[in-house]
Design a protein around this ligand. Structure first.
Ligand code: HEM
Ligand SMILES: CC(C)=CCC/C(C)=C/CC/C(C)=C/COP(=O)(O)OP(=O)(O)O
Length: 307
């Protein structure tokens, strides 16, 4: 009898459950764009303390956005196999406790960025948070297939946070980093959305492949891949970066276009989307962004010391 009662009682949430609310895997790449942007801004080593404190605060801010996203979306998350086991969704953590956790993370992060980074860094982080929670999650996600393009702007703020924490300011190159992620996000997400569209359809989320089908989606992916590659190369013409970056961006971009093209041809030929053509683009999109930002950092450090 006791055993029965015990097993029926809801499990107690652990720190791991709270950590999972912050979407750690997704944030790892957001954080990478923050830290590498700091090196680009400093044109050298920004200092271990600044890297740690901005990294931590950046994690907390984006994590807090993830927490609120899971609170707001717990009704739809419950109906999708991929998300049903999230702790707020399955009731292990109450929405109220999650909200307290998310608010604490956001407030602490704002203060940390303000004090040890710069006020602009704190505002940029808050702007990213609000764009993800209000513009994407509350407003666009359930209403239009443009959700990814416009709401995706949230993920463009991390490099601005890093840049502003180092310089207190933002220059043209920092905004290029913003724009690169802006056009990259649809490629990243729609490649994945093609594979999980049935779940989105069932819960009524108007993602592009659900609303306009696979063919329009691969065409849009191709278009955004071209925008991404062109934008990635452009900072070279403004002399913000040099040969190391240019060669890297050209090679990385070539592969992004090639993988988009393979997916495009496959779907336009009338085939159903297969994981073997969509997964490579989805996975590569993440490697693309990570390496492009490494190339930017390397280039600006090397050329700062040569010139
Ligand atoms: C509107 C914008 C975006 C949407 C809707 C989106 C959506 C998703 C979804 C649904 C996944 C599947 C994994 C999961 O269930 O958590 C995913 C994975 C991922 N996303 Fe995004 N994403 C967006 C923007 C970004 C940005 C800006 C970054 C980083 C710069 C990013 C980095 C990642 C990473 C690293 C993964 C892999 C996580 C894993 O392996 O579990 N995403 N994204
Ligand atoms: C402070 C700052 C810079 C915040 C960054 C915002 C952020 C966490 C962007 C990542 C985008 C993301 C995980 C989208 C998935 O949302 P979804 O709700 O469509 O995915 P789901 O179905 O997995 O919940």
């Amino acid at each position: 009898m006791t055993a029965l009662t015990d097993s029926a009682a809801p499990a107690r949430a652990t720190w791991r459950d709270y950590l999972s609310l912050t979407k750690p895997k997704v944030i790892s790449l957001l954080l990478w764009t923050t830290l590498t942007a700091m090196v680009m801004a400093a044109r050298g080593w920004p200092g271990l303390w600044l890297l740690i404190v901005v990294g931590l605060a950046g994690y907390m801010s984006a994590g807090s956005a993830g927490v609120f996203n899971m609170i707001i979306d717990r009704d739809i998350d419950l109906k999708m196999a991929r998300t049903a086991q999230r702790p707020v969704t399955n009731g292990m953590i109450s929405a109220q406790n999650a909200a307290i956790f998310g608010t604490t993370l956001q407030v602490l992060s704002f203060v940390m960025l303000w004090v040890w980074g710069s006020p602009l860094a704190a505002w940029m982080s808050l702007a990213g948070f609000l764009t993800y929670v209000v513009v994407y999650t509350l407003w666009l996600k359930r209403t239009t297939w443009h959700n990814i393009v416009l709401g995706g702007a949230a993920g463009c703020f991390p490099p601005l946070v890093g840049w502003a924490a180092v310089t207190g300011d933002l220059n043209l190159f920092a905004w290029f980093l913003f724009a690169i992620i802006f056009f990259w996000t649809p490629v990243h997400f729609w490649a994945l959305a093609l594979m999980i569209k049935d779940e989105y359809r069932e819960v009524g989320i108007p993602m592009l492949p659900v609303v306009h089908g696979d063919k329009l989606t691969v065409a849009q992916i191709g278009l955004y891949a071209i925008y991404t590659v062109v934008l990635s190369v452009m900072p070279v013409f403004f002399r913000e970066v040099g040969a190391i970056y240019f060669i890297s961006a050209a090679m990385l971009g070539g592969l992004l276009l090639q993988r988009s093209w393979v997916l495009y041809k496959h779907v336009m030929a009338g085939n159903a989307v297969e994981r073997r053509v969509a997964v490579p683009l989805y996975l590569y999109s993440m490697l693309y962004l990570a390496l492009l930002f490494v190339a930017g950092a390397l280039d600006r450090v090397v050329f700062a010391h040569l010139l």
